[in-house]
Design a binder for this molecule. Structure first.
Ligand SMILES: [Zn+2]
Length: 193
């Protein structure tokens, strides 16, 4: 994929996630690994997915996190987490992180989100979780990228959800799937009260 194609895919996905009510405020970040495997393209810190444009995507070097920015923008605060995933999973080409309302509701509750039919094989009872570490911290990057070695979707406790895929479509679809099963399980919990 050419640089402009990668950037266009990220912009399209950001707008799509915004339209699906998957994004709250300016939280959330998306990245794609380029075909050389040396660089990622990632949304800048504090960007608004509704109006994401070309200038909001920053090219970051995988091995030293260096980047050049033509404006004052800096890469997403979760860049180390994204990079950690690419370093630990050679099959992953895209990472999506959002604070979608229902999945994040589970993240802030004591209820576990159950695995549910509809996306790949069911490998366990629950969607994996990572304990709370502050957003943007080295600890979060380490623990979440470790959890994503064996999982394609992880709930970040008291924070949000992160998914990975062989391409951005797959990572995005998985993110939407997690939100949908969270919605279904929320409704069933309420109806069973
Ligand atoms: Zn976040």
């Amino acid at each position: 994929m050419m640089e402009n194609e990668i950037i266009e895919q990220i912009i399209k996905t950001a707008h799509h996630l915004y339209d699906r009510d998957m994004v709250i405020g300016k939280a959330g970040n998306i990245s794609i690994l380029d075909s050389t495997g040396e660089y990622i393209y990632i949304t800048a810190s504090g960007t608004n997915f509704k109006e994401l444009t070309y200038d909001d995507i920053i090219k970051v070097k995988l091995d030293d996190l260096s980047y050049t920015s033509t404006n004052d923008l800096v890469p997403s605060m979760e860049t180390s987490l994204h990079v950690g995933v690419y370093q630990k999973r050679s099959d992953v080409k895209s990472v999506v992180h959002v604070h979608s309302p229902y999945a994040t509701g589970f993240a802030f509750s004591k209820k576990r989100l159950c695995q549910q039919e509809g996306f790949g094989e069911i490998t366990g009872e629950y969607i994996a979780e990572v304990n709370y570490y502050p957003p943007g911290s080295k600890k979060l990057a380490e623990h979440a990228s470790d959890a994503l070695k064996n999982e394609d979707a992880v709930i970040l406790k008291d924070h949000g959800v992160i998914t990975v895929g062989k391409d951005i479509e797959e990572a995005t679809l998985l993110c939407e799937y997690i939100e949908e099963i969270a919605k279904t399980q929320y409704i069933s919990h309420v109806l069973n009260l």
